[in-house]
Design a protein around this ligand. Sequence first.
Ligand code: NAD
Length: 472
Amino acid sequence: MIDEKQISEIVRKVMSDMKPEDKPARKQIGVFDTMEEAIEACNKAYEIFRYYNKEQRENIIKEIRKLTHAEAEIMAKLAVEDTKMGNVYHKTLKHHLVADKTPGTEDLETKALSGDRGLTLVEMAPYGIIGAITPSTNPSCTVICNSISMLAGGNGVLFNPHPHAKRISAYAVDLVNRAVLAAGGPENIVATVANPTMETSNKMVNHPSVKMLVATGGPGVVKMLLSSGKKAIGAGAGNPPVVVDDTADIEKAAKDIIDGCTFDNNLPCIAEKECFVMSNVADQLIEGMLKNGAYFINSEQVRELEKVVLVEAPPKKPGDLPKKVINKDWVGRDAKKILAQIGVNVGDDIRCIICETEFSQAFVQTELMMPILPIVRCQTFEEAMEMAVKAEHGNRHSAHLHSKNVDHMTAYAKAIGTTIFVKNAPSYAGIGFNSEGHTTFTIAGPTGEGITSARSFTRQRRCVLVDSLSII
Ligand code: NAD
């Protein structure tokens, strides 16, 4: 006979062995039906959190890192399921990267000025409650990365995530709250809505409790936040070119470019989107790419593929010409599935579609966010650099180069003026993946904060004491 105590022990054991996604639905912490409720709850939590010292904030961040590592794969799977984009293995790596390399409170530095007339301190203080809009391409990574940075800065956070990533974004908000509670912090210091819409976004943006806004996404959302009248950080679109000159290690360049371009099926905004190569090494580069999982399509197939991955957007105003834009159904999808649409059937080893095109071709000019890499042959390095600058469209986002010539490195970096400039490595080195430097999933080119971290989400406060405490 099993007694009641044994039954409850068995139930407890089964429940604790279950993966979170299999557990019966419980109310997620920090996820509300309306934006008004989310704002009220976040405000209440902030009234407690604003008195937390750095050690208390850091204890919370430690728990967020721990839970992010523990649930990285669960989130990666849910993100792919929710958004139908990306690659589970790469998304798992991205979550570990966020947990390991997003700076915490150590990023906040106090400046002290002492002299004959006393002591002045400049400290990095919270803004209060930050309203953050997050993308579908890196949904949970952005929620967690923003949460670590913004909580480290002493702020509360409201999220209005992309509607196509609402389940995974809610999961991440709940995870952050679970971590906060485990560290003894206040519930709902990070909050969101279960069904984000433009209406909930507007409510968040315009609410007087929201003191700072952060947009991670395409040009529409950045423009909207920058015209809000509030302090805003904009992390916008890119179209990163990669240039290869004839001094580069071509074998390595080919592998690095395919590795970067196919990472999470090209969803990262930093990923290589078009390639400009000097013609004397172009054949060797293409050959190297073919050895690394690329499939070459000819010009007729390029035209077929254009019909699949691009659609005609209706003119915005009368008189405008129709414009080709990406077909969102194919963003972040596997190369194999995209190729099948033009009747090419390949194995799982194929991870990238490559082709040779003219500079003006749509794949070069458009931020596709698909594992498709157009390659343009150039006679000289100068021509490649000039084309790369034009293809980046002044986004000031990311650019990459394979070269051993420091003059080329310098000239290209100066000409393109991007926030991130990676040399002789896959593009993801630009966010601290297998490289030096911290990570972020909010790269603020338009407003200049760059590779954001806790300090980006603080404001300076000056504390002055006259004629005392300068002890020399
Ligand atoms: P998206 O612009 O469609 O959506 C981003 C967010 O903005 C979503 O939450 C969406 O609901 C909201 N949004 C979109 N238009 C809006 C508007 N007019 N008003 C208010 N909210 C609006 O982007 P996405 O497809 O999810 O992500 C891909 C884009 O984001 C790419 O352009 C990519 O380069 C960019 N991105 C940039 C960074 C960066 O750090 N700079 C990081 C990730 C993605």
